[in-house]
Design a protein around this ligand. Structure first.
Ligand SMILES: [Zn+2]
Length: 152
């Protein structure tokens, strides 16, 4: 987002304050799913279709907009281009790490770094962690288990 007017900025701030339903330290703008914001409509790209979190995110945005007096602002979704984990902002990746969750690996790489000690000597324990959107990993250096954020 660059150089937007104060009214749009105020609305953006409302949207940016909506937390991710699964990882509350992360806002939906950290997640990179908010594509465009105007007084008329908020455009989002859901992460993975079929993921229950997508529905939760949309109703959370609706509730936040209504509470802030933007009841007439529509929420629209677009699937093109599709969301990728590369859209998670650097700030979002830092928040994930601080929360003890390994951020998704960038496209084309497969090394998962331990969020505790940053070791690359890690292994997958289970494809599914505490939720279907996370995989369970363990660090061989510090022995700590951790979640890898896969999708949404
Ligand atoms: Zn470690």
């Amino acid at each position: 987002m660059v150089a937007i007017d104060p009214a749009t900025q105020a609305l953006w701030n409302v949207v940016a304050a909506v937390p991710d339903p699964e990882i509350p330290v992360l806002s939906i703008t950290d997640l990179g799913i908010v594509r465009d914001v105007s007084i008329d409509r908020v455009l989002i790209t859901p992460t993975y279709t079929g993921c229950p979190a997508t529905f939760a995110i949309e109703s959370d945005i609706r509730a936040a907009l209504n509470a802030a007096g933007y009841a007439s602002t529509r929420i629209e979704t677009t699937l093109s281009p599709p969301w990728t984990t590369d859209w998670i902002t650097d700030a979002g990746r830092e928040k994930l790490r601080a929360y003890g969750i390994a951020p998704p690996t960038p496209a084309g790489t497969s090394t998962v770094y331990c969020p505790q000690c940053n070791s690359a000597d890690t292994q997958e324990i289970s494809r599914f962690g505490s939720t279907p959107c996370k995989a369970q990993w363990q660090c061989r250096t510090c022995q700590e288990p951790f979640d890898l954020f896969k999708c949404h």
